[in-house]
Each structure stands twice: as C-alpha cells, then as structure tokens.
Design a protein around this ligand. Sequence first.
Ligand code: AMP
Ligand code: ZN
Length: 112
Amino acid sequence: MSCLFCKIAAGEIPARIVYEDADCLAFADISPQAPTHMLVIPREHIQSLEQAAAEHAPLLGALMSAAATVARQAGLAKGYRVVLNTGAEGGQTVDHLHLHVLGGRAMHWPPG
Ligand code: AMP
Ligand code: ZN
C-alpha cells in the first residue's frame, strides 16, 4: 500500500486527527492555507471523484456531512469553504479522494 492517506487512515503515518467514524477520517492539513484547514477522507481508497461510482453516493454524502461536523467542531460559525480538487488540472496532488475544509478567514472568489 503506497497511498499516503491510506497510511494515515491505517495509523502508519502520524496526523492530527480531529474526527473519525466508521467511514470517514478528518485530520489537519500539513500545509494549512487558512487558520483552519482540515482534510476529510474516506477510509476506503478511492483515487478521485472521477473514480467514484454510483455505489459510492452514500459515502460521498457521509464525507460532506463529516466536513460540516468538522467545521462546526472548529467553531467556523461565520462560514467556511469545502473544496474537492480532482485530477491534474483540478489541482489534486494526493490521489486519495479528500475534501478540504478551510475557514477562519474570508475566502476569495474566483479561486486560483
Ligand atoms: P490536493 O492538492 O487537493 O490533492 O490536497 C492534498 C493536500 O494534502 C495538500 O493540502 C497537502 O498539504 C496535504 N498533505 C500532504 N501530505 C500530508 C500529510 N502527511 N499530512 C497532512 N496533510 C498532507
Ligand atoms: Zn488511499
């Protein structure tokens, strides 16, 4: 198993875990782009949103729900952004589907 986020999920690489349930895990991004920057991943290895199948719809919903829980726990009452980079042009650098939860400052639009 060579996937970085699978190794984090397996406890083989340390991370600051902030949320976990049967299907999802959330931990602090190692290179935060906002005062709060968490990643929410499925325990199951799915390379990207492009590789997610119809059967993964409940899991994708669980990830969104986990992202909202993480934001609430972090006290992001004024708002936050959830990002899912997909593929090379989408800015994805780790090939294990993940949601970014960013908050603690005003976000800009359009994104870079
Ligand atoms: P993306 O560019 O959307 O694929 O996001 C990958 C994210 O993973 C980046 O924000 C990285 O800072 C983050 N990252 C890479 N390695 C680690 C790690 N060991 N622990 C936590 N976050 C990481
Ligand atoms: Zn993986």
